[in-house]
Structures are given as structure tokens and as C-alpha cells.
Design a protein around this ligand. Structure first.
Ligand code: GLY
Ligand code: MN
Ligand code: MN
Length: 436
């Protein structure tokens, strides 16, 4: 489940080929203070990690791509080896060991950055750097350019051409390798186990945070580093708050509970939602709405295959949901009419899919000029239709406060798709059997 170092070198080579000729500057994320001198657990930048596999903070990757690829250089800047700091913070590679272990051509101390960069930037036709992500890095990079320009003599040039390195990397990250899929399959398996565990532990009177604790237990006890995003454990009306994360209410017997939770494993995310009855048995109305969302989800997954527009899944789910809303008397008119007027947005206000990978909402374009891009083997996306009914005068009260979402993680294969999250129970029968 560990991606070998040579795969990261291959990604860098591939990226350098796409750059043609120029210099790329890719910093990792800064550490974040939580309060006073306490920090949040460190999470590296996904682009930096994708190209290096290096997880320490205070690091930066430079690639100097030459037309003659044999001359291309991959350079790491990282923290110095510091035995005193290691007493407090544990092992750190230092440039020399990192250069060797991560297969770079050169490595320097991060404290050398401001000295080395102005020289590296000279005579480069293009600078690949993503402006606008961090004003601190924007200032630093423009400072190096200014410094380099001050040294310009007749035979030295400084590029004024900036290109966004993320645009090239987004395309690379969108297509997952076999090794990446193996990690994602495992992340999905651990997360599915966590949903099963939460279902088994659920009973009337339990608190949302107790189920959150069960999810975390399962993630960590199977080797995941933690959550891929803050889990949502939402009983009853809380499920109608799309980004509910308080997770502090008591679960009531007659309510549904919606859990949206996935772990991160070696950088890769799983993203699963299941909705199930607190007392283990769906009521008639809960079952009716649940079956509707499930039919929409199955119709959407059915559209996931090579050459289909990525948007086909959403359109397919939407048609099923809207027909259901009309049949239940929640919307009026024809399916096309309700889709056109967007009346359905009262009950289904988000989209059905997003790319999934190192980030939960992963890198990759969704289309151009309003045209949805086509699916291709190796892409991974979620399928997550839902239905959320808030109390209102013109809605029968038996629908009130029901929130349902069903979310799976799906890989596009050569012939169709593979659902990575199959082992999280999804049908009414499966859920009721597990909870019995
Ligand atoms: N858990 C975030 C999402 O479903 O998009
Ligand atoms: Mn999602
Ligand atoms: Mn989710």
C-alpha cells in the first residue's frame, strides 16, 4: 500500500516533459498554529506530495526542465538535520539523506532558499508557479525575481512568463495509477468498515459524537492516519444541514442518521455517506424516500463508463429524483419542467459527483466552455445524490426533517466502473440485517 519512491521520480520526469523548458517551484504547506504554541497535525501539500512523497514541513521542490531531458534537475529544499530539534519533534531527513532516499539530483537546506533561487531563476524561459495560493509565497517568489533582475547583465535573462504548475499537475493527478488505486481501494475498505461499525453501534439515545468516536476508532485501528475531512454524524433534522459537523445531539429512535465520513490513507481520501434508521428499521415514509435516493444513485453509477460525459451521472440521478419528487407531490409539473425551473433545488441542492484522490474534492478540470469532459479509465469520482426536506407550510409534515444521502467512490475502468465502497451496506435489506 506504499507507493514506491521510483513512482514519484517517474511523476517528476513526466511533469518535466510536460513543462518542456523552464523552472517549476512547488512549496509544501506551512504548519498551522492551533493556539499559542500548539499546532494542528501537519498535512503536506497534495501537489508537492504527489511529486515527492516527502511529508516534512518546510520543504520545496524545484524542477529545472531542459530540452535535453538528461540535463533536467530535480532539487529538494528541506529542513536541516537538527539533533536538538529531533529530541522534541522526532526524525527529520536533512538535505543529504533526503536527496538519497527520495532520489533527487540535488538537495539544499531550506535556509539556503533565498540565496539559491535568484540564481536558479536566471535564463529560464518560463516560471511554473501557482500564484494566488499563498500571499507569503507569492511575495517571496516575486522577491527572488526582483533580486535576479537587479543582477541582470548583458548575457543573463529573467523570465516574465508565469505558467500555473497546477494546470499541468491537475491533469496528471486526475488519472490514477494502479498503485494509487490500490491505496484508494484500501482507504475505501477501511472507511466502509467504519460505516459498518457505526451501524452496529447505533441505538436510540446514543450521541452523534459516540458514533464519530466509533468511526475514528476504526480508521486509526486499521492504519489510516486519520480523517480525510471532518465527519458528519447528523441525526434527524441535522441531516438537512449539509455541512453539519457539531455531532453533539442525541439520536432519537424514529429518526434517520446520516453519516458522511472517510479516512485518509497515505495521503489518499475515501468519501462515503450512508443514511440509516436509528432503531434499525426504516419507517414506510423513510423507506420510500430512501429507495428514491438509492434508485437515483444506482442510475448515476450506471452512467459511469469510458467516453460518457462525467456529468451524465448527475443528469441521470436528477431525472430519477425529480420524477420521485413529482410522484410524492413535492414538486409539480413535468420532469423537464422541474429541472428547467430548478424547483428541485429545494430538496436537492448539491451536485452528484466530484473527483476524489489526494484531496477529497480532488484536482482535475470538469469541462471547458460549458462542455462536460468525458470519463476515461483511472478517473475516480464520488456518486452522492441526496434528498433533504426542511419543514414548510406547503409540504406534508410526515416528510419534514428527513435528510438522506448515499455516497460511493467509483473508479472508471476499461469496460465500465468499479465501486470501491461496496462493503458499506446500502440496500434497505442489507442495512436492516446488519442492524438487527
Ligand atoms: N464529504 C464531502 C463531500 O461529500 O463532498
Ligand atoms: Mn463527496
Ligand atoms: Mn462525503
Amino acid at each position: 500500500m506504499i507507493i514506491p519512491i521510483k513512482s514519484y521520480s517517474e511523476r517528476r520526469k513526466n511533469f518535466a516533459l510536460r513543462m518542456h523548458n523552464g523552472i517549476a517551484i512547488i512549496p509544501t504547506s506551512p504548519e498551522q498554529v492551533r493556539s499559542r504554541d500548539g499546532h494542528y497535525p501537519y498535512r503536506f501539500d497534495s501537489y508537492f506530495y504527489y511529486l515527492t512523497g516527502f511529508t516534512e514541513p518546510e520543504a520545496l521542490l524545484v524542477i529545472v526542465a531542459e530540452t535535453d531531458k538528461k540535463k533536467t534537475k530535480h532539487i529538494l529544499f528541506c529542513r536541516n538535520k537538527d539533533v536538538d530539534r529531533e529530541i522534541w519533534n522526532g526524525f527529520c531527513y536533512g538535505p543529504e539523506a533526503a536527496c538519497e532516499a527520495f532520489n533527487f539530483d540535488e538537495a539544499y537546506s531550506i535556509s539556503e532558499l533565498d540565496r539559491v533561487m535568484p540564481t536558479l531563476l536566471t535564463d529560464q524561459p518560463v516560471i511554473y508557479f501557482t500564484l494566488g495560493e499563498s500571499s507569503a509565497w507569492d511575495l517571496r517568489v516575486t522577491g527572488w525575481i526582483k533580486q535576479a533582475k537587479e543582477q541582470v547583465r548583458s548575457s543573463i535573462s529573467i523570465a516574465a512568463n508565469f505558467l500555473d504548475s497546477h494546470l499541468l499537475l491537475n491533469e496528471m493527478r486526475l488519472f490514477k495509477s494502479k498503485e494509487e488505486l490500490e491505496v484508494m481501494r484500501k482507504a475505501a475498505e477501511i472507511s466502509s468498515g467504519a460505516h459498518r461499525r457505526a451501524m452496529r453501534k447505533t441505538k436510540p439515545g446514543i450521541k452523534e459524537y459516540e458514533l464519530e468516536a466509533e468511526l475514528l476508532h476504526e480508521f486509526r485501528s486499521h492504519g489510516s492516519q486519520g480523517v480525510a475531512y471532518t465527519p458528519i454524524v447528523a441525526g434527524g433534522a441535522n441531516a438537512c444541514v449539509l455541512h453539519y459537523i457539531e455531532n453533539n445531539a442525541e439520536l432519537k429512535s424514529d429518526d434517520l442518521v446520516l453519516i458522511d465520513a472517510g479516512c485518509e490513507l497515505n495521503g489518499y481520501a475515501a468519501d462515503i455517506t450512508r443514511t440509516f434508521p436509528v432503531n434499525g428499521r426504516f419507517s414506510a415514509i423513510q423507506k420510500e424516500l430512501y429507495q428514491l435516493v438509492l434508485s437515483a444513485q444506482i442510475a448515476a453509477i450506471d452512467k459511469i463508463r469510458p467516453s460518457n460525459p462525467w456529468d451524465a451521472a448527475h443528469e441521470s440521478a436528477l431525472k430519477v429524483l425529480v420524477q420521485g419528487f413529482i410522484d410524492l407531490g413535492l414538486c409539480r409539473g413535468s420532469v423537464d419542467g422541474v429541472i428547467q425551473s430548478k424547483d428541485y433545488k429545494r430538496f436537492y441542492m448539491h451536485r452528484t459527483s466530484h473527483w476524489l484522490g489526494l484531496d477529497v474534492h480532488d484536482a482535475g478540470e470538469y469541462g471547458h466552455n460549458g462542455e462536460s469532459r468525458l470519463l476515461y479509465p483511472g478517473m475516480v469520482l464520488t456518486v452522492e445524490p441526496g434528498c433533504y426536506i426542511r419543514p414548510a407550510d406547503n409540504i406534508p409534515s410526515h416528510f419534514w426533517n428527513i435528510g438522506i444521502r448515499i455516497e460511493d467512490d467509483v473508479v472508471v475502468t476499461e469496460t465500465g466502473c468499479e465501486v470501491l465502497t461496496v462493503s458499506a451496506p446500502k440496500t434497505v435489506l442489507e442495512i436492516e440485517a446488519l442492524m438487527r
